[in-house]
Design a protein around this ligand. Structure first.
Ligand SMILES: [Zn+2]
Length: 201
């Protein structure tokens, strides 16, 4: 195997090891049937039990990658041992990177893009809008890119930036896909401001 082919196989392995574990969050919720309860991307989403549930689903898909990653890890080990070593190293590199990336949260790293706290906070805001004494009499909170605000009185209810919520993205297919791979579901704002998801006034 010449060097060029080896490099090609290595990157093929990296690609596959990057894509496979993220498959649940990249693909599972993007079909139209899954998103009938939500306005199309990138419009703000009204707070509702559907939204709360979606955040919890995305959180599940996020952690599911730690299970799915066993596939490229195993395939990588088998390839190094019996098959194409370059391909196997590519798989091992990207899939073990994913494992470290997911586990860094437990040693004080960045919180995942979707958390239980986030879902709870959304539900609390939705409940507050239901009862009187919220921001205004006809409170209707929506989750926009930069936070939760009321469309009736324009009050900002939370600074929580909105992560990807599994809707089909507005960008054309390869671009939306690359964007998701690059951001891993985080709101692009969370990279600049570095605010945890629990900021609320
Ligand atoms: Zn209001």
């Amino acid at each position: 195997m010449n060097l060029l082919a080896a490099i090609g196989f290595f990157f093929l392995g990296v690609l596959l090891g990057t894509f496979l574990p993220r498959f649940p969050f990249l693909m599972l919720s993007r079909t139209r049937g899954f998103n009938t309860k939500f306005p199309p991307h990138p419009e703000p989403i009204p707070l509702s039990p559907h939204l709360t549930q979606r955040v919890l689903h995305m959180r599940m898909f996020y952690w599911m990658s730690l299970v799915v990653v066993i596939l490229p890890l195993g395939l990588g080990l088998a390839s190094v041992r019996w098959g194409n070593a370059a391909f196997g190293f590519g798989l091992l590199t990207s899939s073990s990177w994913l494992v470290f990336n997911r586990l860094q949260y437990f040693v004080g790293g960045m919180a995942p893009p979707w958390t239980r706290d986030m879902a709870i906070q959304l539900q609390i805001l939705a409940n507050e809008a239901e009862v009187s004494g919220g921001c205004c009499n006809w409170a209707s909170p929506y989750w926009g890119v930069t936070g939760v605000y009321c469309v009736n009185c324009k009050a900002k209810l939370s600074n929580m930036p909105r992560p990807d919520l599994g809707r089909k993205r507005r960008e054309r297919r390869p671009l939306g896909f690359l964007y998701l791979l690059f951001t891993d579901g985080y709101s692009i704002l969370s990279f600049f401001e570095n605010i945890p998801s629990s900021e609320e006034e």
